[in-house]
Design a protein around this ligand. Structure first.
Ligand code: ADP
Ligand code: MG
Length: 238
């Protein structure tokens, strides 16, 4: 069974349609990248999957269950944003444990999970700091850690590396790829960066103006782009 299925998904803001009938199937464990120019609807699509935005039409199913009317918190997903979205008044440790405390997870279980995740993301020495005392890369590690702690069915990333400098971006790409290998979860990763898409993805969806122009493996898109737009965007020789 597909992990995530989008059927005829549409989104309108007022009279403006920004997502125009998107169909996608993502299998368990896949690293799926949504790529496309600024304003093409990547974030809107991700927000509808997460439940932060409602759909104007179509069906979203997770593991076969229709989730259109399921609240964001109950979809079992974790989202990582470009802007980190950490709680500024809380320590790193509190940022990591916050969601779990709401779920009434026992204290010793929370402590063990935070320990594991801190080791995985090398943030042990940051646990008692506040977000303002962290670098951009450290903040994003914590934000990813917070997503991991929740043990989501699917990870959603919205341009998580855009605020980082080029060198750090390359390091973090590697870390996210390692995390994917280690956890094996499905990851949906939004970026406008072709290199990021080509190097990280199992599958790429190329979006333009609210439409998926092509969906497939990186090499498939590279060697057999369906049109000039995809070719240009992926950087294939055609
Ligand atoms: P991307 O993430 O690919 O840059 P977005 O999903 O943010 O694109 O935006 C897609 C389109 O929807 C853009 O034209 C944007 O202006 C519009 N849009 C996004 N959110 C809103 C909103 N809350 N109200 C009105 N228009 C919006
Ligand atoms: Mg966006």
């Amino acid at each position: 069974m597909a992990n995530l299925q989008l059927q005829d998904i549409e989104k309108a803001f007022g009279s403006v349609k920004v997502i125009k009938g998107v169909n996608l199937t993502v299998n368990h464990g896949e690293f799926c990248v949504f790529v496309g120019p600024s304003g093409c609807g990547k974030s809107t699509l991700l927000r509808m999957i997460s439940g932060l935005d409602s759909v104007s039409g179509g069906r979203i199913t997770i593991d076969g269950d229709l989730v259109n009317d399921v609240a964001a918190a109950d979809r079992g997903l974790s989202m990582v944003f470009q802007s980190y979205a950490l709680y500024p008044h809380m320590s790193v440790r509190q940022n990591l444990s916050f969601g779990l405390e709401n779920l009434n997870t026992p204290r010793d279980v929370i402590k063990k999970k935070i320990d594991e995740v801190a080791t995985m993301l090398q943030i042990h020495e940051l646990l008692d700091r506040k977000p303002k005392d962290l670098s951009g890369g450290q903040r994003q590690r914590v934000a990813i850690g917070r997503a991991v702690v929740r043990e989501p069915r699917i990870f959603l990333f919205d341009e998580p590396l855009s605020n980082l400098d080029a060198e750090l971006r390359v390091d973090m790409r590697g870390e996210i790829a390692q995390l994917h290998k280690r956890l094996g979860n499905t990851m949906i990763y939004v970026t406008h960066d072709q290199v990021e898409a080509m190097t990280m993805a199992d599958k790429i969806a190329v979006l333009r103006a609210g439409v998926v122009e092509q969906f497939g493996a990186p090499l498939e898109l590279y060697h057999s782009p369906v049109n000039q737009f995809v070719a240009g965007f992926i950087g294939s020789p055609k």
